[in-house]
Design a protein around this ligand. Structure first.
Ligand SMILES: C[S@@+](CC[C@H](N)C(=O)[O-])C[C@H]1O[C@@H](n2cnc3c(N)ncnc32)[C@H](O)[C@@H]1O
Length: 379
């Protein structure tokens, strides 16, 4: 056992010095042999993993060397130079001399692409568990898992075109998929001019409808330097006003052409949506009266049965300065964002449901009609 260990220690030091594929391959084979022996002889997980780590490091180094040989093949060029032809033959020769199958060579090159920090983290995690085995396949699984976790949340296919400005870590003029309760604290104080939002109403209007997130108003007032506008459900208006802290400074009414079938009391259906407002400006392009009777649009395009009419949202984003930034943390199908975009304002949307993020992006990029007028034109 001590002879094997000494051989491994030597292999580890030699690996740092090795410069050619045959040298690295030899170290790999020694380590791999020691790993197999440690496993078969039940020498314990620690010895097995010690050898496995050296084999993994050797595979990565072999991958790096092979990549260098690959590069001298001449990349994508169709016109083959003498040097690139020589490169191809050198690569082939290296594989032949070391008896390395092409598949193994490709696998090693993949392993060599994993950042050093990720490899160290993987090895340390497996060691900590005491029971786990260090393997190349295990490393690649971990890399894939991490990539899924850190996948960017901004959907770029058929998406809104970010204007290039940054709002904290978010792209201005984009839609971010996620829970706004987690995303909002990432926005620095006063980053945007206005918030126009339409959160859950607390009346079971749909699967996404739940508790009214009253507590968010203080963060809205922190993030916005100006107006905050919040759609409520008619049924809860009195309770809402009492629950907000600070209480709304003004309430506008949207009087749509439908009744809210899900909400009635005393055998009277509700017919209005309150729109709670804080910090309304004196000068604005917003509505000139407090009851808004904008009609609804052909919402079937947007696949969201609470889509607000863009004409209504255009009035409300008018509370933001002409070139200001409007945030909708409950973007839904994106009506607020379309309204901001179509009036020359900047915008940011948060929406937790991926399918609605796609709808927002499709509308903002014009892949599907943006608003009622566009629907009529398309008909
Ligand atoms: C009333 S709808 C908004 C409709 C939108 N005004 C429109 O015109 O399409 C509320 C939206 O908020 C989303 N939502 C609910 N809770 C959320 C949260 N915590 N973070 C982000 N989005 C959320 C729901 O998925 C739903 O699409």
């Amino acid at each position: 056992m001590s002879a094997t260990l000494a051989k491994l220690e030597r292999a580890r030091t030699d690996l740092a010095e090795a410069r050619t594929l045959p040298e690295v391959k030899q170290i790999h084979d020694i380590a791999e042999g020691a790993r197999t022996y440690a496993k078969a002889a039940k020498l314990g997980r620690e010895s097995q993993n010690y050898a496995a780590e050296i084999a993994l490091l050797a595979s990565r180094k072999a991958g790096e060397l092979l990549k260098q040989l690959q590069k001298s093949k001449g990349g994508e060029h169709t016109h083959r130079t003498a040097a690139s032809v020589a490169g191809v033959s050198e690569y082939r020769k290296a594989l032949k001399d070391t008896d390395t199958p092409e598949r193994t060579a490709q696998h090693w090159q993949k392993l060599s692409g994993v950042p050093e920090a990720d490899v160290q983290k993987y090895v340390a995690t497996v060691r900590k568990k005491h029971s786990g085995e260090i393997t190349a396949a295990g490393l690649m699984r971990e890399v894939k898992k991490n990539a899924r976790r850190t996948r960017p949340t901004t959907i770029v296919v058929g998406s809104a075109k970010p204007c290039g400005r940054k709002l904290g870590s978010f792209d201005c003029c984009s839609v971010v998929q996620g829970d706004c309760r987690e995303l909002l604290p990432q926005l620095p104080t006063g980053t945007i001019e206005a918030i126009v939002c339409d959160p859950p109403y607390g009346v079971d209007a749909a699967a996404w409808d739940g508790r009214v997130p009253y507590e968010m108003v203080s963060d809205f007032l922190r993030v916005a330097s100006g107006t905050v506008v919040w759609f409520g459900g008619g049924k809860n208006m009195n309770a809402d006003i009492r629950a907000f802290n600070p209480v709304p400074e003004r309430t506008l009414i949207w009087y749509p052409p439908f009744i809210q079938r899900s909400a009635s009391s005393n055998r009277i259906f509700y017919k209005f949506h309150p729109i709670y407002c804080w910090r309304l400006p004196n000068q604005h392009d917003g509505p000139g009266r407090d009851v808004l009777d904008t009609k609804t649009e052909g919402a079937h395009w947007w696949n969201h049965h609470c889509s607000k009419p863009v004409a209504l949202m255009r009035l409300l984003v008018g509370f933001a300065p002409a070139d200001g930034i409007v945030l909708d943390p409950f973007a839904g199908s994106g009506s607020t964002l379309v309204a901001a975009q179509s009036t020359g304002r900047h915008f940011l949307g948060f929406e937790k449901d991926a399918k609605y993020v796609e709808v927002c992006n499709a509308r903002l990029s014009g892949v599907i009609p943006r608003d009622g007028e566009a629907v009529e034109k398309a008909a």
